[in-house]
Design a protein around this ligand. Structure first.
Ligand SMILES: Nc1ncnc2c1ncn2[C@@H]1O[C@H](COP(=O)(O)OP(=O)(O)OP(=O)(O)O)[C@@H](O)[C@H]1O
Length: 257
């Protein structure tokens, strides 16, 4: 299977810190590849480098390709136009605008926005079209952030910690939606909730201290309690299978704790 995303020897320095130190991995053209690791190891930095959003004072080297296309030398808006969908960690909805206005802003000239797809996945967004996004719950804002990206066709979705800070029931809802989304578009997902990982992930890439510490089948990773413990600081064998309901979160690196 040819990878949809290939990351080779990716290094990122920001403000004198060598945050990523030669990260290499691939994302399969189907399913969910999960990017795992303890807090502060460089997961968001990886995603942001792929989508061209490293801060201006940062330096990025290495190679990133979506299919055959090289990504690192091109501006973010071009990448998005070519089908790289990005749902940021902080959701970035426009709080002062309504749900409908947030969606309308994502429409692209010359294409037909897929409102049917978005509203069938998120009927709530249809019902709440006139509500200001800033007054939505965290879960509803997350749905809006994902829905906005799905208004257009994507070749690959990058989704950064979509369940962070959400109530257990909402974590389950977000996981269900991502599961449906992943039936039609491959996803590179940053996720700390191991029950969500267990439910969604086909492949896993574990980052530790700016390098890839492990990559392979998510099932293999989660089946090895010792491995998950050493890589992520949590056991997995006894972890709940229900996202949100007691799903164990990947740990904080000892030196940061
Ligand atoms: N703009 C920046 N300036 C300085 N340091 C940064 C910047 N962005 C990230 N870092 C540092 O790089 C390291 C990796 O951060 P990153 O957000 O990529 O980690 P992460 O694995 O996504 O963590 P988390 O799970 O907590 O979101 C951290 O030590 C962070 O403080």
């Amino acid at each position: 299977m040819t990878a949809i995303l290939t990351v080779e020897d990716l290094s990122v320095r920001i403000a004198g810190l060598h945050i990523l130190q030669g990260v290499s991995f691939t994302v399969a053209p189907t399913g969910v590849t999960v990017l795992l690791g303890r807090n502060g190891v460089g997961k968001t930095t990886t995603i942001r480098a792929v989508v061209g959003l490293t801060p201006a004072n940062g330096e990025v080297t290495g190679r990133v390709r979506m299919g055959e296309r090289s990504l690192l030398d091109r501006p973010t808006h071009r990448l998005v136009r070519e089908g790289l969908g990005y749902v940021p960690e902080d959701r970035c909805v426009f709080a002062g605008l309504t749900v409908a206005e947030n969606l309308r802003l994502a429409e692209r000239r010359g294409t037909t926005p897929a409102y049917d797809r978005v509203y069938s996945l998120f009927p709530e967004l249809d019902r709440r079209g006139r509500q200001r996004a800033g007054s939505l719950s965290g879960g509803q804002q997350q749905m809006l952030a994902i829905g906005r990206v799905l208004l257009n066709d994507n070749r690959l979705l990058l989704v950064d910690e979509p369940t962070k800070g959400l109530a257990p029931k909402v974590v389950t809802e977000v996981a269900e939606v991502l599961e449906r989304v992943a039936e039609t578009v491959p996803v590179l997902l940053v996720e700390q909730n191991l029950a969500v990982v267990r439910r969604l992930a086909t492949d896993a890439v574990v980052i530790d201290a700016g390098r890839v510490a492990w990559s392979g089948s998510a099932q293999d990773l989660l089946a090895e309690a010792e491995l998950t413990k050493s890589l992520l600081g949590v056991g997995s064998a006894e972890t709940s299978h229900t996202p949100g309901a007691g799903g164990e979160a990947v740990g904080v690196r000892k030196e940061n704790a």
